[in-house]
Design a protein around this ligand. Structure first.
Ligand code: R5P
Length: 311
């Protein structure tokens, strides 16, 4: 087994390699003067089971191109099996046509990864489970929920906790976390717009009064969904609001928005390399995801069960 890293999250790739007690594959993934990506693998990979670690986070197109070219280089070097390890799968939110004459970019990206030569895909908390079906190769979608539940239980226990989905689409994810927290009660933030472009009206479905609310979501991008939901929960009588969100996209002024919000804490994973601003934030904490990914990679290589990781 070999672990090859692109440039999008080298510390994560190193941590996964550390978990597996392997060195990273000796390779250079660099740019020509005109920014074209060039990959050179400096060791033999013929007949090897190779895992390419490359979340397609910001800058999404550059990181995607690196992933594709790494896979191409491995295929042409006769690797036996290539697994694209994409802890954060960029473009996942474009998984349907939001209107006429629009693309389904998540499907296009899945096709590109497959056509490049990947034999398998490994990701974490895909925005929608059905994205697995965009690939016609085996795709493992890991859940960060066990890592989050362990952290919540270690810090607070399950007492007085209500798990909250920040929108109707996230209820399945919230229910799965609640189950791991001694079947904690569930609430849902029902986000509506009066009219396009106007402010959102937040209704809370469920009782949050006097409860320590745990918001769970897959992505925090601008932070708008999260910060509005936190305020609505406090207005509804919650004693505190902590958020657990797998992928810290945190674009634009998101970190400042989170820092100035009503949140007690935002906990993300390092599926995306945290920025300096994220690391400097007093509100944001980062949970390592490498042990989960490393264990899944070990099991894929050993051809043993990955789903039993979540039992
Ligand atoms: C939406 O369906 C996702 O699960 C997230 O809630 C959304 O992407 C968060 O975006 P933002 O932080 O920009 O509100």
């Amino acid at each position: 087994m070999k672990i090859l890293a692109g440039n999008s999250n080298l510390p994560l790739a190193r941590a996964i390699a550390g978990y597996l007690e392997l060195p990273l594959t000796d390779a250079s993934v660099r740019r020509f003067a005109d920014e074209e990506v060039f990959v050179e693998i400096h060791e033999n990979v013929r007949g090897e089971d190779v895992f390419v670690v490359q979340p397609t986070s910001f800058p999404a197109n550059d990181n995607l191109m690196e992933l594709l070219i790494c896979i191409d280089a491995l295929r042409r070097a006769s690797a036996k099996r290539i697994t694209a390890v994409v802890p954060y799968f960029g473009y996942a939110r474009q998984d349907r046509k939001p209107g006429p004459r629009t693309p389904i970019s998540a499907k296009l990206v899945a096709n590109l990864i497959t056509e490049a030569g990947a034999d398998r895909v490994l990701s974490v908390d895909l925005h929608a489970g059905q994205i697995q079906g965009f690939f016609d190769i085996p795709t493992d979608n890991l859940y960060a929920a066990p890592v989050m539940a362990a952290d919540i239980l270690a810090r607070n226990g399950a007492k007085d906790i209500t798990v909250v989905s920040p929108d109707v689409g996230g209820v399945v994810r919230a229910r799965a976390l609640a189950k791991r927290l001694d079947n904690a009660p569930l609430a849902i933030v029902d986000k509506r717009r009066d009219k396009p472009g106007s402010s959102e009206v937040m209704n809370i479905i469920g009782d949050v009064s006097g409860r320590a609310c745990i918001l769970i979501d897959d992505i925090v991008d601008s932070g708008g969904t999260l910060c509005n939901a936190a305020q609505a929960l406090l207005d509804g009588g919650a004693t505190s609001v902590t958020a657990y969100i797998t992928h810290g996209v945190l674009s634009g002024g998101a970190v400042a928005r989170v820092d100035g919000s009503a949140l007690t804490e935002l906990v993300i994973t390092d599926s995306i390399l945290p920025t300096e601003a994220t690391n400097a934030s007093k509100v944001i904490r980062v949970l390592p995801i490498a042990p989960l990914l490393g264990e899944a990679i070990r099991r894929i290589a050993d051809e043993s069960s990955v789903s039993s990781l979540f039992d």
